[in-house]
Design a protein around this ligand. Structure first.
Ligand code: ZN
Length: 170
């Protein structure tokens, strides 16, 4: 917990009468409250699968990574992907149905989750995306302000987290 460092935002160096102060601080805080805490994390199919393979408790590992309350989200289409996988994804499905996981209803057809997730984070900057899928990560990186959580060396890592939250890897 004590390792978490907060960078002093540049706006503090402006004079109190500087017109930039009001707008930039408003933006700063607006951005913060949108993203969390609690952190809202959209989880995709393979992220659940990899977490199981690594014997990681998703809820606990997320909180260990971000030092704050985290709420995982499952979209209808991710649930659809898991259901399609059948017995192979039995445990994933059980986790996705955990009541601590919030459900995001989908209006689109089909169960292809990547387009759905990209669209959601393009429209709202309130989410972090948890995925181990290379293609999806590439697509998310093109959208400004969306942090990505993934699994590496048996632990969760987060990239593109705004400086104001500190760097959880430190
Ligand atoms: Zn969807």
């Amino acid at each position: 917990m004590g390792k978490k460092q907060r960078k002093v935002p540049k706006i503090k160096r402006l004079s109190a009468h500087d017109p930039r102060l009001k707008s930039s601080s408003a933006l700063f805080f607006q951005y913060n409250t949108q993203l969390g805490p609690p952190f809202h994390i959209i989880v995709d199919t393979n992220f659940i699968g990899f977490s199981i393979k690594n014997r990681m408790d998703i809820m606990q590992s997320m909180m260990d990574t971000l030092y704050a309350k985290c709420i995982p989200y499952i979209t209808d289409c991710v649930m659809g992907e898991l259901e399609k996988l059948g017995s192979k994804a039995k445990l994933s499905l059980k986790i996705a149905k955990d009541p601590r996981f919030e459900r995001l209803p989908c209006m689109h057809k089909g169960t292809y989750a990547d387009d759905c997730i990209v669209q959601r984070v393009t429209q709202s900057k309130a989410y972090i995306v948890a995925t181990c899928d290379k293609d999806l990560k590439q697509r998310i990186r093109k959208i400004p302000g969306v942090p990505i959580m993934f699994l590496s060396n048996h632990r969760y890592t987060i990239e593109r987290m705004p400086d104001a939250y500190g760097d959880p890897r430190q």
